[in-house]
Design a protein around this ligand. Structure first.
Ligand SMILES: Cc1ncc(COP(=O)(O)O)c(C=O)c1O
Length: 492
């Protein structure tokens, strides 16, 4: 007689228990939302030891009491984290995290569809396809275009270059591995993930030509042509041109139309890394800056940058959605789908991820809840704020403006009468570290013409002029201390 196992329901919380737990978490989240202006971006002088001691718990055999669990989360979030949503967080190109996007994440996890298969995720797949078609359309791609939400811009670059490799070297490369000598051209200012993609694709980083830039840090079309000609005479096939719309260091937009033209003339794939600048497509006023992007074969977007959707929400769109299946399609015997059943695309067969979560929802809900126009206005505002900061830097006797583009401002502390470049580099390196340890404001850095500088990037919908004033105030205060050789918290 078969033994009937008794039910085991410990993991199966009922709706009341779910609501009680979620309410507590929402309490911590809203406390965080209300806390930004009361404290620093990151608690000052946080050490790894202190953080580890506070948050690294042993996983218990039995359930942690809910109060203790919520207290643990509250402490980790409020006392031991860097708050990317703080208005003075201006480092890298890090979005703030939209409020509707965070709420949508709960629902995406609650439904937990596998967006690798259409039958497993009918609404989710169609939302993702609608979203990516909309983004592609904004940038002027044709109706054949489409794409998907991926972990970030680096992954979108990798997928794009994989599709490009297979299109240029032939899909047979998927069986044979790379046999052709194929070159990739991007500018000296392109993001490091282009090199990483070349490495991962078996092309090798030596296949990447870092084409020189002009005085505004944009790829020089004449230098691109020169590099292509040199490869042709050396028997290397020019394969892929990568233009950047919004470079990481200075926010420069490369001459996309010229690059598209050169790519077309040589039968090459044209990819645009618009991880940062692609958001300009939402603004009628700024969209013309992207002229030429509509000629791209593939585009990297990164909603978790300037659309501020919660990480990770990168996006790839391609001119012809079929090219994704050509490059990533596989046969899996255990996925049986009868011919003739009405269903849509299986995104798990169109990219490197097989099972996929519903990351598109946080982007979708952010766009629906805010609408395109609010985003456009905020992006325009970020650029205006950056112009304000650049003007303040220029007016200040102890700062020097080194570059500015879109919502990025690169400047350095340069006390009057200090000309020694080596000293200035070291001074600004130390200043950046002091600022980040202090935590009241949080810039990152760039190297501009060999000069180390502080760099702010406003993709933060809470940042206003007061926060930028504070950046200069704190940088001047800590810079003066360092310059005077007084109290540094760093080892010398
Ligand atoms: C131009 C550009 N492309 C790609 C990336 C990589 O994006 P992610 O960090 O989302 O992977 C970045 C990151 O800053 C970037 O600036």
């Amino acid at each position: 007689m078969a033994q009937r196992p008794a039910p085991f329901r410990d993991l199966d919380w009922d709706p009341e228990r779910a609501r009680a737990f979620a309410d507590e978490i929402v309490g911590v989240w809203t406390e965080l939302l209300g806390s930004f202006r009361d404290g620093p971006v990151v608690p000052p002088h946080l050490t790894q030891e202190a953080v580890r001691e506070a948050v690294a718990l042993d996983v218990p055999d039995d359930p942690m009491p809910p109060d203790a669990l919520v207290a643990h989360l509250r402490e980790a979030v409020l006392d031991y984290s860097l708050k990317s949503g703080h208005p003075a967080h201006l480092a890298y190109i890090t979005g703030t995290g939209t409020v509707p996007g965070a709420a949508a994440d709960l629902l995406a996890s609650g439904l937990n569809p596998n967006v690798g298969g259409w039958l497993l995720s009918p609404a989710a797949t169609e939302i993702e396809l609608c979203l990516t078609r909309w983004l592609a359309g904004l940038l002027g791609l044709p109706e054949t275009a489409g794409g998907m939400i991926v972990a970030g811009g680096g992954v979108a670059n990798f997928i794009s270059l994989k599709v490009a490799r297979d299109a240029m070297a032939g899909v047979k490369t998927r069986q044979t591995g790379v046999t052709a000598k194929l070159a990739i051209y991007c500018s000296e200012e392109a993001h490091v993930t282009i090199d990483r993609a070349a490495d991962m694709l078996g092309l090798g980083t030596e296949a990447v030509r870092h084409v020189p830039v002009d005085e505004a840090f944009r790829m020089r079309p004449d230098a691109l042509l020169e590099a292509i000609r040199a490869d042709l005479s050396a028997g290397v096939s020019p394969g892929i041109v990568v233009g950047t719309a919004g470079t990481t260091a200075t926010g420069s937009i490369e001459p996309l139309d010229d690059l598209a033209e050169i790519a077309a003339e040589h039968g090459m794939w044209f990819h645009v890394d618009a991880a940062y600048g692609g958001a300009l497509g939402l603004s009628d006023e700024l969209r013309p800056l992207l002229k030429g992007i509509e000629r791209a074969d593939s585009i990297t977007l990164d909603p978790h940058k300037w659309l501020s959707t919660p990480l990770g929400s990168g996006c790839i769109v391609v001119r012809d959605i079929q090219s994704l299946s050509d490059s990533f399609g596989v046969y899996a015997a255990y996925v049986h789908e009868e011919e003739g059943i009405d269903r849509g695309l299986n995104l798990g067969f169109m990219g490197p991820q097989f099972s996929r979560g519903f990351d598109a929802l946080k982007v979708w809900v952010s766009l629906l809840a805010h609408g395109r126009k609010a985003y456009a206005t905020r992006i325009e505002h970020d650029i205006e704020l950056t112009r304000y900061l650049a003007a303040c830097v220029e007016e200040h006797p102890d700062f020097e403006l080194l570059a500015t583009g879109l919502s990025i401002c690169c400047f350095r502390y340069r006390p009057e009468g200090t000309d020694d470049e080596e000293h200035l580099n070291r001074l600004n390196e130390r200043l950046l570290s002091e600022l980040q340890l202090d935590g009241r404001v949080y810039p990152s850095n760039a190297i501009v013409h060999g000069r180390f500088c502080l760099r702010t990037c406003i993709v933060n919908f809470r940042t206003e002029a007061d926060d930028l004033d504070l950046v200069l105030e704190v940088a001047a205060e800590l810079g003066a201390k360092l310059h005077a050789g007084a109290s540094s918290t760093l080892p010398s």
